[in-house]
Write a protein that binds this ligand. Structure first.
Ligand code: MLT
Ligand code: ZN
Length: 452
């Protein structure tokens, strides 16, 4: 191994090859604290040429690579299983000027979402994807996982924002297609193939994204409803009546109690309710009237509070956006991220508590997520030694309702065993052939997405 670390040191310099246990530690455990593994070293290249040289050196040495962006992933895809070189892309922060004619921008994989938002907004443009981990999540990681977040209802997931990519293949070859043509039918779309590939096919080093108009006027409603049926009724009204709809999120009474305790937040309403929906409208001019009109006629609304000033908007969003940190403060949850057709959502939510209790009687499921896509984050606290059984039971339940076992977080190591619940044997076999063609030695993120 020391031959390899010597070679890596020659490529990136001694201060960017970490072998000391204390220095490696922050890279070896994921944000949830559920996934952890030892890396033989952490390498932090500065640019694409250095990434290519690192990948080539690892290929020559026959040592596997774990690719890591902001380490905000939730499925164990960015931490080593044991013995890999951990390739951290956090120094790839090149940011090209915003192309206002194309409404596109090219940035390095290590740029955080928040930095990119700050880069685009002075030009009257914005990033179509947004999510709570914006300050740490990197653009390369968001593309590699095809991240979703809170604006999918309006702009789609990360792959919909993608117009070009630069990446390093498993043998160190650089493929680059960053011109960002709006139309380009010249064969296989490698850019889209890499979106959601979770670091298993290539290392993404640069990304070109389309930008959307900056919509500075926002109105947010926190709405109390009678449960998922009421939430879906409200969603239907919002979809039909709110051209400015930019988010539609869901959480339940148990989640509200947890975030209130964690963040010392005031009760949003005088009474408690079974479920809550956050609706956000974004436009060039204040969309509050449009939002109030829909809330005024929807019979699903049991109570509602609306804000359009920045502080009020942030206060309402906190009830939804602090779910992840409040859950994490309460323990190490089993994190499942599923989606079902909207007509199956109420049934899924109704079945989940008993399904979890049957295998982990003391467990506490906290359910929240992105209502518009039927995307439920099933976070199970106090599962104790039953994490595998909880995962198995919930994912089978989702599959029976024609859902996906990973809606937006990816498959990673956490769900690889269950991939066949969402993908047919023929599909998995085709994926394995693609993997074998691009990474014949299986060096890139082994065990992620496709089980070894
Ligand atoms: C969210 O929507 O808040 C995230 O996907 C994070 C999570 O599931 O914890
Ligand atoms: Zn989410």
């Amino acid at each position: 191994m020391s031959d390899l670390t010597d070679r890596l040191t020659g490529i990136v310099g001694p201060s960017h090859v970490l072998v000391d246990a204390d220095l490696k530690a922050p890279y070896e455990t994921d944000w949830t604290r559920r996934f952890t593994g030892e890396a033989c070293c952490v390498v932090r290249p500065a640019d694409t040429a250095e990434v290519a040289a690192v990948v080539r050196a690892c290929a020559d040495a026959g040592v596997a690579i774990t690719v890591q962006g902001g380490n905000t992933g939730l499925v164990g895809a960015g931490v080593p299983a044991g013995g890999e070189v951990l390739l951290s892309l956090g120094r790839l922060t090149d940011t090209e000027p915003v192309d206002t004619v194309e409404a596109q921008v090219t940035v390095g994989a290590g740029v955080t979402l928040e930095k990119l938002q700050q880069h685009a907004r002075p030009h009257g443009l914005d990033v179509g994807v947004d999510l709570a981990a914006r300050s740490a999540a990197t653009i390369g990681g968001l593309v590699a996982t095809n991240a979703g977040g809170i604006r999918v209802v309006r702009y789609g997931s990360m792959r919909e924002q993608l117009t070009g990519i630069e990446a390093v293949l498993a043998d160190g070859t650089v493929v680059s297609r960053l011109v960002g043509l709006a139309k380009d039918n010249t064969g296989y779309d490698l850019t889209q193939l890499l979106a959601g590939s979770e670091g298993t096919l290539a290392v993404i080093t640069k990304v070109r994204l389309r930008l959307v108009p900056l919509l500075p006027a926002r109105a947010v409603a926190l709405v109390a409803v009678d449960g998922v049926p009421g939430a879906l009724e409200l969603l239907a009204a919002a979809r039909a009546g709110l051209p400015s709809l930019s988010a539609a999120e869901l959480f339940l009474a148990e989640g509200l109690e947890l975030v209130r305790g964690h963040g010392r937040l005031a009760a949003p309403f005088a009474d408690e309710h079974p479920a809550y929906v956050v609706l956000e409208c974004a436009a060039r001019t204040d969309p509050t009237d449009e939002l109030l009109e829909v809330l005024g006629v929807s019979e699903a609304v049991r109570d509602a509070t609306v804000a359009s000033d920045a502080a009020g908007v942030a206060k309402l969003w906190a009830y939804r956006e602090t779910h992840t940190e409040a859950i994490s403060a309460a323990g190490v949850p089993v994190k499942l991220d599923v989606s079902v057709p909207l007509r199956e959502l109420a049934g899924l939510v109704a079945d989940l508590p008993a399904t979890v209790a049957a295998v982990a009687p003391a467990a506490r499921p906290i359910l929240f997520g992105h209502l518009g896509e039927g995307n439920l984050h099933v976070n199970v606290l106090d599962a104790g030694p039953h994490a595998e059984q909880v995962t198995d039971a919930v994912l089978h339940l989702v599959a029976r309702r024609r859902g996906s076992i990973s809606s937006e977080h990816g498959v990673g190591r956490a769900k690889a065993r269950w991939l066949s619940l969402s993908r047919s044997d023929a599909e998995v076999a085709a994926m394995r052939r693609i993997k074998a063609a691009l990474d014949p030695a299986g060096t890139l993120n082994p065990g992620v997405l496709l089980e070894d």
